[in-house]
Design a protein around this ligand. Sequence first.
Ligand SMILES: Cc1cc2nc3c(=O)[nH]c(=O)nc-3n(C[C@H](O)[C@H](O)[C@H](O)COP(=O)(O)OP(=O)(O)OC[C@H]3O[C@@H](n4cnc5c(N)ncnc54)[C@H](O)[C@@H]3O)c2cc1C
Length: 417
Amino acid sequence: MRKILVVGAGQSGLQIALGLQSHGYEVTLMSNRTADEIRSGRVMSTQCMFHTALQHERDLQLNFWEPQAPKIEGLGVSVAAPGSFDPGPSQRAIDWVGKLDGYAQSVDQRVKMAGWMETFAQRGGQLVIHGAAVSDLDYFSRTYDLVLVAAGKGEVVSMFGRDASRSPYAEPQRALAVAYVHGLGPRPEHPEFDAVRCNLVPGVGELFVMPTLTTSGRADILFWEGIPGGPLDVFQGVKDPSEHLALTLELMEKFTPWEYARATKVELTDANGTLAGRYAPTVRKPIGRLPGGGAVLGVADVVVANDPITGQGSNSASKCAASYLASILEHGEKPFDEEWMQGTFDRYWETAQHVTKWTNAMLGVPPEHVLNLIGAAGELQPVADRFANGFNEPADFENFFYEPAKTEAYLASVAQA
Ligand SMILES: Cc1cc2nc3c(=O)[nH]c(=O)nc-3n(C[C@H](O)[C@H](O)[C@H](O)COP(=O)(O)OP(=O)(O)OC[C@H]3O[C@@H](n4cnc5c(N)ncnc54)[C@H](O)[C@@H]3O)c2cc1C
């Protein structure tokens, strides 16, 4: 049977390793951390995943936490009235919630990756705890039929060249600050169902609030995305988790008081329940060439890393793993040469390009027709629902989001219906 090495035990690496394993491949998984280190370590993401990505996990029977994880049935958008927070607390200009056709879920990656890693080992997979360096890959590319690099944003990605034509931003576009909390109240507008709440504060940034399943059960995540250099870009260097939470809440009180109102009793889930950082969204060339002449294929964030403003990275990692798995299985016993690697990535890019285009658009200042669309969703429920379901299938935004004429035609058709 063919021997495949997967470097990196995140969403894509584990999903693909477990998928290959279930088809009888001889898989080695290399991780720079043990399952216990992941489980007891720092939170890594907010990892909200929508229907299609969750279905890929179900197809492999890896949806172990589906019964316990909160079902996210809606996606809501609130927009602060520009300048209303200066001075005083902000007010809402827009507030709506769209219903998702299939529910979304967030399972703390500490829970999921640790559990999946243990499953991989229990099923006879070879797990190597080692942070792979380029020199290791050089050696392994000669001993394995295929080496997949699924190392996320780890240093080893520097061996994959940046694709400037697909990477419009050279610098981070948001400063990220995450806090996992217990004790958040429901959104009073829809206490009967859970939703991801996207709160846009024009010129300042965004606050995302979403339920999750973490190491201590159900929790909620408060996630600020701040425009660099602006009033939300204050988390760098904050080491004390309580200070991080206090800052999060202070900013909520000023910029999103409607969310703060349900957060007055929150406390951190654990001392590792906060995260701060930033990175430049980057598309890379899919093939990494090694000093010894071998080639390796990049997976998920290694090749397409978008800003989390649209909550797509784990979704894309799941879709990439499913697409690569299909390409590997279809290839049978033929050699995994560079032509196959490029073709495998190109097949994934058919989906990924829509995520990158939409995410990069959301990072910029919204044009008037997009503001009209978001505003109209407050009056027209089908528009809110379609926007919400775009998070599951971003290719649909081609039909009504980017071009003013298409947006106008769509809004007119809904208004007439
Ligand atoms: C703040 C924040 C919020 C987010 N929110 C969402 C969201 O709501 N929805 C969503 O879909 N996505 C979200 N994302 C993005 C999502 O978490 C990532 O895109 C996704 O985890 C990428 O999966 P991956 O498999 O490519 O890499 P990762 O999940 O990053 O996994 C890579 C793994 O490789 C390991 N590794 C690195 N280097 C090496 C090495 N040399 N050797 C061995 N192992 C190595 C790492 O430790 C890690 O375990 C968010 C990201 C951030 C930062």
